[in-house]
Design a protein around this ligand. Sequence first.
Ligand code: FAD
Length: 426
Amino acid sequence: MKGGIDNIIICGAGPSGLILGLLLAKAGIRVQILDAASSVNTNPRASHYGPPAVYELQRAGVIEEVAAQGFRPDGVSWRRLDGSCITKIDTKDVPVEKKIVCLPLDQLMKILLRHIEAQPSAEVLWSHKVVGLSDGEERATVDVETPEGTKTLEATYVVGCDGATSTIRRQLFGDAFPGRTWDEQIVATNTYYDMSPYNWQDSNFIVHPEHCYMVAKIQNDGLLRITYLEKAGLSREEYLERQPEKFKTFLPGHPDPDKYKIVNFSPYKIHQRCAEKFRVGRFLLAADAAHLCNPFGGLGLTGGMVDVGNLYDCLYGIHSGQADDSILDKYDEIRRQKYRDFIDPISSDNLRRLLYISEEEIEKDEFYNLVKRAEVDEEFSKTLQLGIDIIREDFTQYYKKPTVEAAAKDIPTSLPAPTAVVSGEA
Ligand SMILES: Cc1cc2nc3c(=O)[nH]c(=O)nc-3n(C[C@H](O)[C@H](O)[C@H](O)COP(=O)(O)OP(=O)(O)OC[C@H]3O[C@@H](n4cnc5c(N)ncnc54)[C@H](O)[C@@H]3O)c2cc1C
């Protein structure tokens, strides 16, 4: 396969596609971002972005705006159904520039879009649905349905950032998306409810085999994300019908519907799945198109942002002559390994430990015991909270030694060089 990059097509203007597009455009690489939808998706989805994601948002040049429009949560607690605290972690133990940041996903995407629109080498094309693809020696092509009819577009590489039902992944692997679907389902709501009488942390997980849920502040005006477990297989109407009884049972204060206001309501199936490969020829997969996990603990997009940050380093390495195309095989190998060794087991445990039945299980749980230790040991608390940086990887270590031509090329200075992975016990 010949080297050099003329342009990149990204399929999907979700958060992962937009961050990748912004990073590439800032490095002067021509990029087209195609999306089947006519505008940004506003369903209640991601809101919390952990330290590895914060790093990528900083490289993309948007972290200050994201933190200013959103906020940095004060901490996380794990509680019993009666509200009593099992243990809690305080984010003050982490340097501010690494702290988890919170902003509803649609607002994050609007910030990213504004930054991309200011980049002359980037183009976002809405109502452009990718329906087919083919690979060639020097170019990859995609067939795209647009309001003006079907077009064929070509690029040096095509990146599938087209989410859980990815067309790029299906075109490469058919329906195969190895993994499993949880027996339980979740319902995610955005709700206004006054939690101030209870003095809980900004983010709280409630442990219960039937009524486990998360309640977290997601906006400065007090908007909460309340996500709870439900039995699978009901219709949206049935979930809506069951919701008032659910809130009355599990929320502190046992409120009737006149005490809260739900502004968004979405049931979701939850999965742990990873594609067979993240690279086939000139096609690459990233974020939800490549892997899925349940949202408890916020590893879905955080992992997706690390994918696209790593992919940026690989593509920039090829573009600048510091890496050859084989670095994309490393991307495939290492990102799948990070999912298998960390993202899948950590996110699965995050949900499993919310379903404990007995006090004895809570007492014995290794993670709760680590958090209890972190409550009284600031240094350990910092290590524990930054341990998730283990999902990162510095792909510049796989660059060839810079050639004279590469050294002479204009390497962007607006993007900080990747730092080493900070790993820790978790
Ligand atoms: C309730 C809930 C809460 C969550 N909370 C968190 C959290 O706090 N933190 C976290 O890190 N993660 C969280 N997640 C996960 C996170 O929302 C997802 O990982 C993230 O949205 C995936 O982003 P993406 O860009 O990969 O895909 P998507 O956001 O799904 O975007 C894919 C885009 O591709 C487009 N597309 C699809 N098919 C085509 C096609 N054929 N052609 C062109 N375009 C196409 C779609 O229109 C869409 O715009 C949560 C998820 C849920 C459901």
